[in-house]
Design a protein around this ligand. Structure first.
Ligand code: NZQ
Ligand code: ZN
Length: 390
C-alpha cells in the first residue's frame, strides 16, 4: 500500500426495497426548511416524487422545490439553485435523482453562502469551502457515478467549454443516501448501460496504476467481476432485482473513496471524457466508453504486467503460455466484446465529436500523472481519432 492515509466515510446508507422508510428518521436531524432538488421529471412519472413529498409533509417540513437539474448540470443552473437555497434559508438539500442531481446539490451546498463566484473558487481554483455548508441527503434513482457516497461535484460551463469535477471532503459528502434498487428499473436502457460502464471505468481508473501488490487491486477485481456478471443479466432483464441491486452496490463501492486508498490512481479516461462532455454535452458514461479502448491500447505497453493480470483475473482468460503482451491484448479484446454485448458507444462521432473539435478537446483535457503513461496533447488527439474510426 502506498503512503500514509486515514480512512473514514461519513455517509450513512440505507439499502434495499424498503430503504425509503428511513427517510422519516433522517429528517428529524434537520430543520424544517427542505430544498427538494430533482431532475427533468422522471421522479414524477415513476411515483418517487409523490412518495418523497408525502414523507416530507408528514414530517412537517416546508418544501422549496428546485426542479430541472439537467444531465451534466451547468454553472447557470448552479447559480439559480444557490439563490433558492439562500433566499429560503434552507436547512437541508434533499437530492432525488442520479449523479447530476446529487453533484449539483453538493455544488449548491457549498456555494449558496459563498460570496465569491463559486465556479471560480471551487472549480477553477479548486479551493475548499470556508463558509456555511448546507447538508445534503440523497435518494438515488440512477446508478453509476457513486455521487451518493462521495464528495464529487461535476459542473459544466458551456461558455468556457469546460466540465470540471471538484472532489470535496467529508463535510460536503451526503449525510445520508437512500438506495432502493427498484427505483432504477425505469432508467432508460441507454442511461443504464452508460451508468454500468461508468462504474466499470471508475474501478479501472483506480486499478490501472502502481506496480505493488496492493489489497485495493484484489477488491477492484472482485467488483469488476460483479459488474460484468450483473450487467449481462440487467441488459436482458432490467427488472432483475438481484442484478440491479448488485450494480447499485458495486457503483457505490467503486467510487466511495475506498479503492483509491494506497494507490496513485489514473483518471485520464475521465479527463478526456469530461472534455468531450464540455464540447458535446454527451452522456458521461458513453464519453468514457468511446475513448477507453483506444486509451488502454495506447498505454498498455507501459503497464503490461497489470494488463496481463486484468486478462487473467477479471476476464478469466487462461494466459498460460502467452506472453504478457498477448495476454494483455486478449484482456482488452474481452473487454471490447463485453462493451459491445451491453451496447455502449464505442465511436466518439456518435456523441457529436467532429474533427474540428479534436484540438479544443485535447486542450480541455487535464493531463494527469498517476497512470502508466503521462499523455501529451498529441496522444489525446490520436485517441480521439482512433475512437472516431471505431
Ligand atoms: O432528469 P431526470 O428526468 O431525472 O432523468 C434522468 C436523466 O435524464 C434519468 N433518470 C435518472 N433516474 C431515473 C431516470 N429516468 C427514469 N427513471 C429513473 N429512476 O437518467 C438521465 C441521467 O441522469 P444523470 O443524473 O444525468 O446521470 P448520472 O447518474 O450518470 O450522472 C451524470 C453526472 O455525474 C457526473 C457526470 O460527469 C455527470 O455530470 N459524475 C459524477 C461523479 C461523482 N460525483 O463522483 C463521478 C462521475 O465520474 C461523473 O463525472
Ligand atoms: Zn465517471
Amino acid at each position: 500500500m502506498l503512503g500514509n492515509f486515514s480512512y473514514s466515510n461519513p455517509t450513512k446508507l440505507y439499502f434495499g426495497d424498503d430503504a425509503l422508510l428511513f427517510l422519516k428518521d433522517e429528517l428529524k436531524n434537520y430543520g424544517s426548511r427542505v430544498m427538494l432538488t430533482y431532475g427533468g421529471g422522471s421522479i414524477k412519472r415513476n411515483g418517487i416524487y409523490d412518495e418523497v413529498i408525502r414523507i416530507l409533509k408528514e414530517a412537517g417540513k416546508e418544501v422549496f422545490e428546485d426542479p430541472g437539474v439537467m444531465s451534466n448540470p451547468t454553472v447557470q443552473k448552479l447559480y439559480k439553485g444557490c439563490k433558492i437555497a439562500r433566499e429560503n434559508d434552507v436547512d437541508l438539500i434533499l437530492a432525488v435523482g442520479g449523479g447530476s442531481t446529487i453533484d449539483y446539490a453538493k455544488g449548491v451546498s457549498v456555494s449558496a453562502w459563498c460570496d465569491e463566484d463559486p465556479w471560480d473558487k471551487y472549480y477553477l481554483r479548486m479551493e475548499e469551502p470556508d463558509n456555511r455548508i448546507i447538508p445534503v441527503g440523497s435518494v438515488l434513482t440512477m446508478v453509476g457515478t457513486g455521487s451518493e457516497m462521495n464528495g464529487g461535484s461535476v459542473i459544466t460551463n458551456h461558455e468556457q467549454k469546460l466540465k470540471i469535477g471538484h472532489v470535496f471532503g467529508d463535510n460536503v459528502m451526503p449525510k445520508f443516501s437512500i438506495l432502493n434498487p427498484k427505483y432504477t428499473y425505469t432508467v432508460p436502457k441507454y442511461q443504464m448501460v452508460a451508468g454500468i460502464y461508468d462504474i466499470f471505468n471508475h474501478i479501472c481508473e483506480q486499478y490501472f496504476s502502481g506496480e505493488d501488490d496492493n489489497t485495493t487491486d484484489y477488491l477492484a477485481e472482485g467488483l469488476m467481476k460483479s459488474v460484468i456478471h450483473a450487467s449481462k443479466i440487467a441488459v436482458k432483464n432490467p427488472e432483475d432485482y438481484e442484478a440491479r441491486s448488485n450494480l447499485m452496490w458495486d457503483a457505490t463501492w467503486a467510487l466511495n473513496t475506498l479503492l483509491k486508498k494506497g494507490k496513485a490512481t489514473d483518471w485520464e479516461v475521465h479527463m478526456i471524457g469530461q472534455a468531450i462532455g464540455a464540447y458535446t454535452d454527451a452522456t458521461h458514461g458513453m464519453t468514457l466508453a468511446a475513448v477507453s479502448l483506444p486509451y488502454y491500447r495506447h498505454i498498455m505497453p507501459y503497464g503490461l504486467a497489470k494488463f496481463a493480470r486484468f486478462a487473467k483475473n477479471v476476464w478469466g482468460i487462461n494466459t498460460d503460455g502467452m506472453s504478457d503482451e498477448e495476454a494483455a491484448n486478449a484482456g482488452l479484446d474481452a473487454m471490447e466484446a463485453w462493451m459491445k454485448e451491453i451496447g455502449v458507444v464505442l465511436n466518439a462521432k456518435e456523441l457529436g465529436v467532429t474533427e474540428d473539435m479534436y484540438e479544443g478537446i485535447a486542450n480541455a483535457t487535464f493531463l494527469l500523472d498517476g497512470g502508466y503513461k503521462v499523455l501529451t496533447k498529441d496522444d489525446v488527439i490520436d485517441i480521439l481519432k482512433e475512437s472516431c474510426k471505431a
